[in-house]
Each structure stands twice: as structure tokens, then as C-alpha cells.
Design a protein around this ligand. Structure first.
Ligand SMILES: [Zn+2]
Ligand SMILES: [Zn+2]
Length: 269
């Protein structure tokens, strides 16, 4: 069973799950390792007067370290983070990633020009293709100027939230810019993740899609982690058998795990 490298707990403001519940499920399912990656989004707008996605890093480390010690004989527990990347946050993100001994850092684009594609406002003032292009431009800017991450999270996240039901998303329409993004990630020794959350939400594809994953491989990409992006206990490890088959069929021989920000490669069998 592939280790789950994208898991949210009650340390994220959009999740209520106690990390202990995931650990128990991971052990029950024969997972040898789990990496928690709670949110820190310095520029996420407040909602109803509440700060969103601001990680209490001290408490996070304290609790996960205790669990790591407690479950030492049963499962490896890694402490990661999902950082919301944006040029305005770069200094804060870098400082945080350097201040704590994270095993693993996912860099993700959630907010572009102050808006999350999850919400209709992101899509309201330009056509769908322009909005998607603006999202990728933001990702490209991040991978160009910011280096302190290990894998880029849910690379084509934006397509999950297209609001125009008549719009047909075609990967090739964005290959010019997604190739630039992938080449940059590869050249700097970073990786991407295969995020299985889309499928558990009723979509028919992983994030990124198989064609984008294939492009990554063709361009020389080797580092891939697999993550369920779980916000509920039942989502842990969701569709990981399919993820493994997709990786193998796309030509990957290994899946990555991380310790102290350094990848190890486990054979895909
Ligand atoms: Zn995310
Ligand atoms: Zn996430």
C-alpha cells in the first residue's frame, strides 16, 4: 500500500479529523507510512470574520511528534505541510519552511489574484479559458521564483472548479504553459503529486490528469508522491490501487516518500 502523502487534520480550518483516526485507518489498511500535510495559506481571505488556513505550527509539531513516538512500532509518521504559494507570501513561506524540521513540503496554488477558483468570483470577470490561463500563469510565476517546496500540489486544481458547464477542458490547450511549469519543476529537482481527491468527489479524473502526468514523465520527471488530500477519515488512501496502476502504465517505476525534505524511492509493484 502506497504511503498517503497528502492528509489534512483538524489543524486545517476546513477539516475536523483527529490525526489518530487516520493513523488507525492507515495501520488497518497495511500502510507503512503516512505524511500529514496541513494547510498554511498566509494570504487566504478571512471567512465570516474567521482566519482561514493559518496553521498553529507549534501545536501541530507537538501533537504529531507525540503520535510519532506512540505509534513508532506500527507506522512511520511524517510531518509535512501544504503551503499556499503566492509571490506575496514567499518570504513568510520560506521562513516557515526553514524554521521547522518538516519532512515534506507541498507547494500549492489556491489563491490567484486574491481569489480561489473554488468560488464563482474567480470565474466572473473573464472567460473560462482566460481564467484557467491566469491560474497557470500564477503557478509558473511560483515555480520560477520560489524554491522551498518538494512537490507541487494538485497541478491542474483549477479544472476541478470550472463553473461553465458547456466549457470543454482540453489539456492540449494549455500545454505551452504547463510544459514550462513542468520543465521548471524538473530542472530544479522538485516533483509533483498524483492527487486522488477528484475521484472521491465524483469527478472522473485524478489531479493532474493522466495526459499531464504523461507529459511530466516525457519531459524527464521522476519524483511523484501520491496523496488522497483527505479531509475525512474514509478518504485516506482513496483509489490508491488505481493510482498505482496509472503510474505504472505511465512509465513510472517508483513512488517517492520524504524524510527531512529528501526523497526516497520505493519500487511500484
Ligand atoms: Zn490544496
Ligand atoms: Zn490539501
Amino acid at each position: 500500500m502506497i504511503a498517503d502523502y497528502h492528509v489534512h487534520t483538524y489543524f486545517s480550518s476546513d477539516c475536523k479529523v483527529n490525526p489518530r483516526e487516520y493513523i488507525q485507518k492507515a495501520i488497518d489498511e497495511g500502510m507503512k507510512e503516512i505524511c500529514f500535510t496541513d494547510h498554511m495559506d498566509y494570504d487566504y481571505p478571512d471567512e465570516n470574520g474567521l482566519a482561514m488556513f493559518k496553521l498553529d505550527t507549534e501545536s501541530y509539531f507537538k501533537e504529531l511528534r507525540q503520535l510519532r513516538a506512540e505509534y513508532f512500532d506500527s507506522i512511520k509518521i511524517k510531518i509535512g505541510i501544504e503551503l499556499g504559494l503566492n509571490p506575496v507570501n514567499e518570504e513568510k513561506n520560506r521562513a516557515l519552511a526553514d524554521a521547522y524540521p518538516f519532512d515534506f513540503v507541498i507547494g500549492s496554488s489556491h489563491i490567484v489574484d486574491g481569489k480561489d477558483p473554488y468560488y464563482p468570483e474567480f470565474w466572473s470577470f473573464r472567460n473560462t479559458k482566460e481564467a484557467i490561463m491566469d491560474y497557470y500563469k500564477a503557478v509558473l510565476r511560483n515555480v520560477t521564483t520560489y524554491d522551498d517546496y518538494d512537490v507541487y500540489g494538485h497541478l491542474d486544481y483549477v479544472r476541478r472548479y470550472v463553473k461553465d458547464k458547456d466549457y470543454v477542458y482540453v489539456d492540449e490547450d494549455f500545454y505551452d504553459i504547463t510544459d514550462m511549469i513542468l520543465k521548471n519543476i524538473i530542472a530544479k529537482g522538485h516533483g509533483i503529486e498524483l492527487n486522488t481527491k477528484g475521484l472521491s468527489n465524483g469527478l472522473t479524473y485524478f489531479v493532474p490528469t493522466i495526459s499531464l502526468l504523461k507529459r511530466y514523465k516525457e519531459l524527464g520527471g521522476e519524483i511523484v508522491t501520491v496523496g488522497s488530500d483527505a479531509h475525512y477519515t474514509k478518504s485516506l488512501g482513496y483509489a490508491f490501487k488505481t493510482a498505482r496502476d496509472i503510474l505504472i502504465n505511465t512509465g513510472f517505476k517508483y513512488v517517492a516518500t520524504f524524510e527531512d525534505r529528501t526523497p526516497t524511492f520505493a519500487p511500484l509493484t
